[in-house]
Design a protein around this ligand. Structure first.
Ligand code: 4AD
Ligand code: MG
Length: 458
């Protein structure tokens, strides 16, 4: 169907000026008067609507009336002309209805609440808010690939179905073809008869396989969906979310922190420069001062503090936290937010966490208490990156796994990477939806995904 995208029309306005063009799209709003009718048409390529101007008499009335319906899909011919109010508009000479739209179309009003829009995920991409979110999401993915491709990383695709629980937190979704009512006498019998002849699940992280790839390819990154059956019903947790996980050989914790900071600044700068309209929209409608925040992030150094110092800062703050702060317990969101929002007032890396609250694969520090790990915390959200240098010493790694009650024989291949030519290496995982929230100011992770999966909601 030959037509011009609305984005292209506005971008090359001088070229298209006074030409007759065909455009397609959905009716967002319309206004009618005796001699003239206006329709705001949106085709999804641009946040901007194209104003259609219809002089009564110059277009067949039988074409005009069914077009003045919110949600209807149209194909329109007209002359693209300058206008005082809109910059440009389309003076229409022909209208074809591609798809009519009955009165029960739920998006009749100009503004709907995000809660309401969550109840119609299949229609919300037709709103300005979700057009803007998905434009940023798309550009951000492109920027992420650009960063790694330009820095010599190989993009690897790690398995989605896996037998190993990378984070060891027991949050894996099971994958099975066994009948729901199978009465098995033992776990071994149940899984033995399953598709893989073993217990399988959806990956919580591509890291372990990413490490395997890096231990030959040098520098890799993954970018794919990860799954966690976490029961945390918060605005920052989804059961299906996307992670970007670079893994870098010959790299210690300080090196990977530098990479992470450079990477975050690069992708934010790219989106700010290439999604100007969207960022303006979010600045105006969702988070006042967003643009200034992002520009500050690009220009200033991130903070850095050890977990031990952070605990002291939290205690000294004399704040009335809901969860008590004690060395050895994990930082809660309220603690993370105090550090990044009130104390540092910018993104901050918290480093060297107690080993007992972190995953088995992290490099054990000389103090025998902490590990070379860091979380990147940002104002408004808390953790967006989980990062660490990996334990490269085979015996130390095995003892950390044994201590956690892990079955070493399920990780033979992973352990081989430490047995054969082990090297210092580090990596991190960036939550894709979390960085989208940070860049757009969107408050709920459910509004960054096409079909959010959360506990109790498929
Ligand atoms: O901190 P996490 O659990 O780290 C890992 O999975 C490591 N294997 C990463 C690595 O070193 N390669 O998760 C990484 C990030 C978090 O910082 C957070 O941004 C995001 O993934 N994340 C979630 N995002 C949305 N919903 C959830 N349920 C999330 N769980 C983690
Ligand atoms: Mg984490």
């Amino acid at each position: 169907m030959k037509h011009v995208d609305v984005k292209e029309l506005f971008e090359k306005a001088e070229y298209y000026q006074s030409k007759t063009v065909t455009v397609c799209g959905w009716v967002r709003t319309w206004r009618d008067s005796k001699s003239i009718a206006f329709i705001e048409l949106n085709d999804g390529t641009s946040l901007k609507n194209l104003q259609l101007v219809i002089e009564k008499g110059s277009v067949d009335d039988n074409e005009v009336r069914p077009a003045m319906v919110v949600g209807a899909a149209l194909k329109v011919d007209g002359e693209f002309i300058p206008s005082e109010r809109n910059g440009y508009e389309l003076s229409v000479c022909k209208i074809e209805i591609l798809g009519g739209c009955p009165q029960d179309y739920p998006l009749q009003k100009k503004h709907h609440t995000l809660e309401f829009l969550r109840s119609i995920p299949h229609l919300r991409p037709r709103t300005k808010f979700f057009e803007a979110v998905f434009a940023v999401r798309s550009r951000l993915a492109y920027a992420i690939h650009t960063y790694f491709q330009e820095h010599g990383y190989k993009y690897v695709h790690t398995p989605i179905i896996t037998g190993s629980d990378c984070e060891g937190a027991g949050e894996m979704f099971r994958v099975t073809t066994q009948p729901w009512n199978l009465a098995a006498k033992s776990e071994a019998e149940y899984y033995g008869g399953d598709f893989f002849g073993a217990k399988a699940g959806l990956t919580v992280s591509g890291q372990l396989e990413g490490e395997v790839a890096a231990m030959g390819l040098g520098k890799i990154y993954t970018f794919g969906p990860t799954f966690r059956a976490e029961h945390s019903n918060t605005t920052r947790h989804a059961a299906e979310f996307w992670q970007i996980e670079p893994e870098v050989c010959f790299c210690d914790l300080n090196d990977i922190i530098e990479i992470a900071e450079d990477f975050i600044k690069f992708i934010i700068k790219d989106v700010v420069e290439n999604c100007k309209e969207e960022i303006d929209f979010f600045d105006e409608r969702i988070e006042k001062g967003l643009k200034e925040k992002l520009n500050n992030v690009i220009q200033s150094d991130f903070g850095k503090v050890t977990y031990t110092q952070a605990v002291k800062l939290l205690k000294d703050s004399k704040k009335d936290f809901k969860f008590p702060v004690e060395w050895g317990s994990d930082l809660q969101t309220e603690h993370e937010r105090y550090l990044t929002e009130e104390y540092f007032k910018k993104p901050v890396f918290v480093t060297d966490y107690p080993a007992d609250i972190k995953a088995f694969y992290m490099k054990q520090n000389k103090d025998n208490k902490t590990v070379a790990a860091t979380d990147l915390l940002v104002p408004g959200i808390g953790e967006i990156i989980g990062c660490s240098e990996r334990e490269a010493d085979l015996e130390k790694l095995k003892s950390a796994m044994t201590k956690r009650g892990m079955q070493l024989d399920a990780y033979t291949e992973y352990l081989d990477t430490r047995k054969y030519g082990s090297v210092p290496h580090s990596g991190f995982g960036l939550g894709f939806e979390r960085i989208i929230m940070y860049i757009t100011g969107v408050q709920n992770i459910r509004d960054t995904l096409l079909y959010p999966r959360t506990v109790g909601s498929l």
